[in-house]
Structures are given as C-alpha cells and as structure tokens.
Write a protein that binds this ligand. Sequence first.
Ligand code: MG
Length: 172
Amino acid sequence: MAEDLLDLENHCVELLAERGVTLDDIADCARYLQADYHVDLTSEELLESVHAVLSKREVQYAVMTGIALDKAAEEGRLGDKDLIALMMSDAPLFGADEVLAYGICNTYGSIALTNFGFIDKKKYGIIRKLNRAGKNTGHCNTFIDDIVGAIAASAASRFAHRWVRDVDEEEH
Ligand code: MG
C-alpha cells in the first residue's frame, strides 16, 4: 500500500514535469505565499510541505484528472468541440478548473483556500508562465495552473499550521 502511494506520487511528479512544472517551481510559489510572514524562508524549506501535499491520495487523483483533461483538450480527444474550444482558450467563466483545485485546498483548511485565491489572482512565477502559454496557443494549461496554485497554497498552509503549532508548544 505504501509503495502504491509513493508510485502515484512519483507518477504525479512525472506528469507535472511533462507539463513543464518542477516541485521547485511549486515550492517557490509556496515561499511567495509565506514571504510576508517569514522574510528569510527559502523555497527549499517548503519542498518538504510540497511533498507532503503530493503524498495525499486525493491530491494525486486531482493532479491526474486535471492534467489528463488538459492533454485530452490539446489532442482534441474530449468528444465535445465546444468544450475543447472553451478549454483551449482558457475561457474566463470556465470554473471547473478552480473547483478541482478547491478539492486539493480543502484538505488543508481555510488558509489554503485563501492562499489559493490570492495566488490565482497574482499569478506568480510558474503560474503566470502556464497561464500565458495556455491561451489560444495550441497548448492547454486550463487545469494545471490551478492545480499548481492549489498545491502551493496547501504547502504554504501546512507550513503555517506547523509553525504556529511549534510556537504554541514552545510557549506552553
Ligand atoms: Mg485555470
């Protein structure tokens, strides 16, 4: 069972890499989300949290689903021309990508959700790159930009929770 989980995590890391996203890119987004609270925090320190988020089954399924849909749209295999057109242009009112991302954030509480809203609006780092490369370019990044944002938001939330817990333990 543990091996299966690790396999799926590795599978997700490979899928992300195939779409141009490294775990360092995601850790950098998580660092950006914590920068106001921890000025000296490095993205390396957030990599552990990125791995922890990616080790969750629910997150792995969301990553696999989102990337499969982006690839299917790109290859014209979605079976609905209108849906393909919506996804290839990253239509602003298409919200299923965000809803899938909320599923990732829900595992990490309200801080993850607010972090996700923030980074989705700011489009920092790799998220901006994906967003630009996925609008009427022949590439579809409709789901992956939100997936990356949600993993980063969840990793930042996990870090924040653990940091507060450690401070509380020191004080009590
Ligand atoms: Mg999107």
